[in-house]
Ligand binder design. Structure first.
Ligand code: MN
Length: 407
């Protein structure tokens, strides 16, 4: 597999015709890695260099979060020295996790010049032709915009580039406060399908943000550990504290969705689950209104016993920035969320049947009620083309209804 290839991206015809201002802010690309395969990491970097207008790319900062793979030292360093764009590698020295490593990279990025745009990329992506100007142009017109590209898929087996079908998908928030993909929704702000559009949340593997705004809006919650939940925290915070999160359909990036975890965690898989859960619980405690926080603990009773650390600085940030409430976020940014604002009862899905053939969900639910007699509902809903997504959508549709009816 060559490091450099011409990746296919099926951009809209209008993207090719689009013109961008000649004066755009410069980007510093920050890539965090931990024992990434050298070839995958270099494909990320080479694609950035080959598919970005050189005048728009200031430098590349690589942050090594305590790798022990030898080819990520001497051989990687040698490769970087030959690159036409300044590329620097900094090493954390101990395992600090994605969140703190990104903060580390942002500090390094600001050492020469304070202005410009930070672009955080996973170490296993491949940017496509034309990916950069759409991101920078949105930020040039409003520095409080955080911009995400369309995330296509790169096969982890063959490295084939696979454009996603619906590039107007948005990021949502499920009832466990995790990111998931949702449809375009009815909220079109423009008739031109190549224009950037609002998305409630981002997946986190690639985004662009003005450097000053990154810090002014609270960068990251430093007490979140390793990985997990930080993407949702940032998304919701950006919206609620004076910014916005948009997706630019003319900017496309391929991402290798891995089968195993990209961020190994000392302590194994249970430590990983618990770390991500504690990060999410920190987000819930700081950013949910009391009724939604109550609902979150009903859905996640085990979250109550997690050690989530001290919240003082994040609560102060929320107050200092005079951020809107979670209710405001739901009303203005995510009206199709289905989050219930008053919950008397939490039920459970007993049985889901999915007919993949005719793309429909048939759901039978038997809510669990301790003290009251419950109805048994049978619902039917439109579905998604993939079984995995259908399952999710079905649960979601079902659950919304279940919560709206009391037993
Ligand atoms: Mn990734």
């Amino acid at each position: 597999m060559f490091l450099i290839r011409s990746a296919n991206s099926n951009v809209y015809f209008r993207c090719i015709e689009k013109s961008y201002p000649s004066l755009l802010p410069q980007a510093t690309v920050i890539v965090i890695f931990h024992n990434e395969a050298k070839s995958t990491l270099l494909r990320t970097i080479e694609s950035v260099i080959n598919r970005s207008p050189p005048q728009l790319l200031r430098k590349i900062v690589l942050v090594d979060d305590n790798s022990d793979n030898e080819e990520l030292f001497g051989p990687l360093q040698e490769h970087l020295e030959k690159l036409p764009i300044p590329s620097r590698i900094v090493r954390t020295g101990e395992r600090v996790g994605l969140i703190r490593a990104r903060l580390f990279g942002a500090e390094e990025a600001a050492k020469d010049k304070m202005d410009g745009v930070l672009i955080f990329l996973d170490a296993h992506v491949e940017v496509t032709k034309g990916w950069l100007p759409p991101l920078l142009a949105e930020i040039a017109s409003d520095r409080s915009r955080v911009i995400v590209p369309v995330i296509d898929s790169v096969s982890h087996e063959t490295f084939e580039y696979e454009p996603i079908e619906d590039d107007h998908e948005r990021g949502g928030l499920d009832w466990k406060l995790l990111h998931f993909w949702i449809g375009a929704g009815g909220r079109r702000i423009s008739e031109d399908e190549s224009d950037a559009f609002p998305t409630p949340t981002m997946i986190g593997c690639a985004f662009a943000i003005d450097r000053e705004f990154f810090y002014a809006s609270g960068s990251y919650d430093e007490q979140m550990k390793i990985w997990g939940g930080e993407n949702v925290e940032m998304s919701v915070r950006i919206w609620r504290c004076g910014g916005s999160l948009l997706k630019a359909p003319c900017s496309r990036i391929g991402h290798v969705y891995r089968v195993t975890t990209p961020h190994s965690i000392p302590g194994g898989v249970w430590a990983k689950v618990e770390t991500a859960a504690a990060n999410t619980a920190r987000f819930a405690q700081v950013w949910l209104d009391p009724n939604y926080l109550n609902f979150y603990y009903m859905m996640n009773p085990s979250a109550k016993s997690l050690d989530i650390g001290d919240l003082t600085s994040r609560l102060k940030l929320r107050d200092d920035l005079k951020c809107h409430s979670f209710q405001w976020f739901l009303d203005h940014v995510y009206p199709d969320s289905g989050f219930p604002n008053k919950v008397d009862y939490v039920g459970q899905v007993r049985l889901i049947m999915i007919s993949v053939d005719n793309m429909q969900c048939f759901i039978v639910i038997a809510p669990i009620c301790s003290r009251y007699r419950c109805n048994r509902w049978t619902l039917r809903s439109a579905s998604m083309p993939l079984a995995r997504e259908a399952r999710r959508e079905c649960e979601y549709v079902m659950a919304s209804v279940a919560f709206k009816r009391s037993c």
